[in-house]
Ligand binder design. Sequence first.
Ligand SMILES: Cc1cc2nc3c(=O)[nH]c(=O)nc-3n(C[C@H](O)[C@H](O)[C@H](O)COP(=O)(O)O)c2cc1C
Length: 181
Amino acid sequence: MKTKSLKKVLAISGSTRKNSTNLQLVKAFAAMADGHLEVEIFNELDTLPHFNPDLDDKPPAIIKSFRKKVQQADGVLICSPEYVFSLPGSLKNALEWMVSTTFFSGKPVALITAAARGLKAHESLQLIMKTIEASFTDDTVLLIQGIQGKITPDGEFKDAKAQQQLEKLTTAFTALVQEEK
Ligand SMILES: Cc1cc2nc3c(=O)[nH]c(=O)nc-3n(C[C@H](O)[C@H](O)[C@H](O)COP(=O)(O)O)c2cc1C
């Protein structure tokens, strides 16, 4: 019997911290999507060089590789904290490298902000992704406030509502990814 190949999702953690709660959420998403999506976790934002418009046409190999991961993914999940009322610099940097490409155009995305408060970063992330024409719905965006009290560094949920919200987003995002192309 021919098995249907799974849609590919690149899941980016916006935090560079070893014990990151956002990384744990990304891992929980991958576990929830298991059997429905093929998830590749990207936890290396801190290895990407600073964006420089002069290098946009001939970027370093590591940027070519990052761009290719986005291009080849059927969907991209971004899960990020808020730093000083905005996106962490390393995530903003990665997105700046994507602006001149069309790789996010029409691409299904899920956008999670998990922080102490996170409202401004959540707003900013949605504005950026709208600007680069990514495709998302109200059901594929999620703000989780007070995240440090809701998931442990080992990935155990301490808050049932946060777990349910992530499950709901995973279901909606899987459907969005599967209906594309
Ligand atoms: C430099 C810095 C600035 C921060 N600024 C904010 C902020 O403006 N708003 C907020 O909600 N949380 C802020 N936080 C808290 C983080 O969002 C919170 O610690 C979050 O859990 C970090 O994500 P992580 O666990 O994935 O590393 C800040 C944390 C750091 C380290």
